[in-house]
Design a protein around this ligand. Structure first.
Ligand SMILES: [Mg+2]
Length: 255
């Protein structure tokens, strides 16, 4: 029976994680190893300046007082009896599209799984702030894709970033394989004042705007499609590398 490590960045009690666990259990044994608390936008950070504590909450459900990447690293090396067949991260209540992938704890947990050479998926729901999350629909879609990955595997050093529109199942248009898009931020830093009149800044909120380029994750989700983007660990710009090596970058743009 396949062994699946399930984690997230919203914390072990998050409803998206539990909904996904219920669907993944049809594929194999699911062991949840997730952060104790919300770690959204923790990216790929590891906790290195204090020890980490693992608590077994129930059989096959563990909480760690660390980041999503900590959970995958410790889960894989110290908690699971054998290497898992799949690492799944999610379901995040908001989308992880375009440039947001860089900040996402959800995506980074899957990236950590990939670094440890386990096929890995990140799953996010395209819900707007305050919108009711249709987790069961996204969990069903994710489990179907997870089943396919278990069967066929993934290309080396590649993870899947899955974003499901927040719609009833009969309103989903299908699955689109996409490339990473761009997010345009507006008013993403809020200015606030504390009770003593001191100015502070709070990152978050604002009006998200998306660059709607064709074939991107952004465009697919906006059009009602489940977006599946294969992400590679190698961030090298190979075209720029070739150009640097050929000396063609002199006097012009590198790349
Ligand atoms: Mg989150």
């Amino acid at each position: 029976m396949p062994l699946l490590l399930l984690t997230n960045d919203d914390g072990v009690d998050a409803p998206g994680l539990r909904a996904l666990a219920r669907e993944l259990e049809r594929l194999g044994r699911v062991v949840i190893i997730a952060p104790e608390r919300d770690n959204s936008a923790a990216s790929h950070s590891l906790t290195m300046r204090r020890p980490l504590h693992v608590r077994e909450l129930e059989p096959d459900i563990y909480a760690i007082d660390g980041t999503p990447a900590d959970c995958v690293m410790i889960g894989l090396n110290k908690i699971l009896p054998v290497r898992p067949d799949l690492v799944v991260s999610g379901i995040n209540p908001g989308p992880n599209l375009g440039d947001d992938i860089n900040y996402s704890g959800t995506v980074s947990a899957a990236r950590e799984g990939t670094l440890l050479q386990i096929p890995s998926l990140a799953v996010s729901l395209g819900a707007a702030n305050g919108e009711e999350c249709l987790y069961a629909v996204a969990a069903g879609q994710a489990a179907e894709l997870a089943g396919r990955v278990l069967e066929k595997g993934l290309a080396p050093d590649t993870l899947l970033n899955i974003n499901v529109p927040n719609r009833p199942a009969d309103q989903l248009q299908g699955v689109r394989y996409t490339r990473q898009g761009r997010r345009l931020y507006e008013n993403a830093i809020q200015e606030t004042f504390d009770p003593w009149g001191r100015r502070h800044y709070w990152i978050g909120g604002g009006t998200p705007r998306w660059s709607e380029q064709p074939e991107t994750d952004v465009q697919a989700v906006l059009a009602g499609y489940v977006s599946v983007t294969p992400l590679h660990l190698d961030m090298t710009n190979h075209q720029a590398l070739a150009s640097l090596r050929n000396g063609r970058a002199r006097g012009g743009e590198i790349g």
